[in-house]
Design a protein around this ligand. Structure first.
Ligand SMILES: *Cc1c(COP(=O)(O)O)cnc(C)c1O
Length: 376
């Protein structure tokens, strides 16, 4: 069997071990320390000098605290992009709130502003104003934040921005991860940079970030003994993981350029093939191209996305269908959904192609050989 080609594998830059070694040498083997502070500063510098960052054990943890800090409570309704990874919506259920799913639009594959507004109006008419809106920037492509924020402001509903897949993406120069009242990043092993596992909560409001840090470290009141007046969580990032993150920050710009050139490679190879479609960046939108994705029109191409996926799998090459919309998931299909079937169609015809930055020319030759064979 030829070696496995992964969809998106970790890619160390080289200095990560030095930061981890510094943690060992100074005995900061704890969920606090110089790497944690340093990684937070690196992220603040990268995103926007005006935002504040606290790093956590995962993006999911950051989404959970984000909802709590926006005041979402048991029984409240939260609007969530349907087409996304389940971790966007799981935290809504952690706090016994109710997800309201909204479809995608076809320019970015992210939450449709018009269905978003329709959903808000209908929920208000039914007697409950949603307590938060969660847009996602799938595969690095920014959602239509201008429209989404205008609607959110009009109805006075806070935005929890899931930027887990879009570190380094931007709209007219403004970075994803800085649009929400609260924004969330992920450093899971498959993301554009990784800490093995980790996440961050970002906000322009320093009090929110201070509160997030407080809740993520067991909500300890100031006292010599252990004193608690709120429920706490153990969600802080380890100083060892943050060391990996500091090293990864040194190569983030390079990784973004590499992911984008992987997209170009696929695009140039496949753009003229019948029935294959790529997702272009709308004017002013910049995608980190975390994963290169294609749509296959089976009527035009003469085969389906499963034909490509299974052929790649036979050669030990990982590819994956696009995210299955959450309103179609067994655990979530009982909740309201607003849309016209766009995300379902994307799921049926869409495929994520291997996009690891540590793939070499011979890896790409293997991938293209399989894809060419499907066309024959
Ligand atoms: C990865 C991811 C998350 C969860 O992040 P973790 O760090 O793995 O908990 C949330 N939302 C989206 C869209 C993701 O891709």
């Amino acid at each position: 069997m030829k070696p496995k080609i992964w969809l998106s594998s970790p890619h160390m830059g080289g200095t990560e071990e030095q930061f981890v070694k510094a943690a060992f040498d100074s005995n900061w083997i704890a969920p606090l320390g110089p790497n944690v502070n340093g990684f937070e500063q690196d992220l603040e510098l990268f995103l926007d000098n005006d935002c504040h960052v606290t790093v956590m054990s995962s993006g999911t943890a950051a989404l959970h605290l984000g909802l709590i800090l926006l005041g979402v409570k048991s029984g409240d309704e939260v609007i969530c992009q349907s087409m996304t990874f389940s971790a966007t919506a799981f935290p809504i259920s952690y706090i016994c709130a109710k997800p309201i799913f909204v479809d995608s639009e076809s320019d970015t594959w992210n939450i449709s502003p018009s269905f978003l507004e329709e959903a808000i109006k209908d929920r208000i008419a039914k007697g409950k104003k949603p307590k938060a809106i969660i847009p996602v920037h799938l595969y690095g492509m920014p959602a239509k934040m201008d429209e989404i924020l205008a609607i959110a402001r009009h109805y006075k509903i806070p935005v929890l921005e899931d930027a887990a897949e879009s570190l380094g993406s931007s709209i007219h120069g403004r970075n994803c991860g800085t649009f929400g009242d609260i924004s969330v990043l992920s450093f899971n092993g498959n993301k554009i940079i990784t800490t093995s596992g980790g996440g961050a909560l970002v906000s322009h409001n320093p009090d929110i970030v201070k509160d997030a840090r407080f809740l993520s470290t067991q909500a300890r009141d100031e006292a010599p003994h252990y004193q608690h007046s709120q429920i706490g969580y153990n969600y802080r990032m380890s100083n060892l993981c943050a060391g990996v993150g500091r090293g990864q920050m040194e190569v983030l710009a390079k990784r973004i350029a590499q992911r984008r050139s992987i997209y170009d490679k696929y695009y140039n190879k496949l753009k003229d093939k019948k029935g294959i479609y790529f997702l272009n960046e709308p004017d002013g939108f910049f995608s980190n191209r975390w994963l290169t994705t294609i749509l296959i029109n089976p009527d035009e191409a003469g085969f389906t996305r499963e034909d490509i996926r299974l052929s790649l799998e036979k050669e030990n090459i990982e590819s994956r269908p696009l995210w299955k919309p959450l309103h179609l998931q067994p655990i979530f299909n009982c909740y309201p959904f607003y849309g016209d079937g766009t995300s379902e169609k994307l799921f049926q015809n869409g495929l994520c192609l291997p996009s690891s930055t540590n793939l070499n020319e011979s890896d790409f030759n293997r991938i293209f050989e399989v894809i060419d064979s499907v066309f024959k």
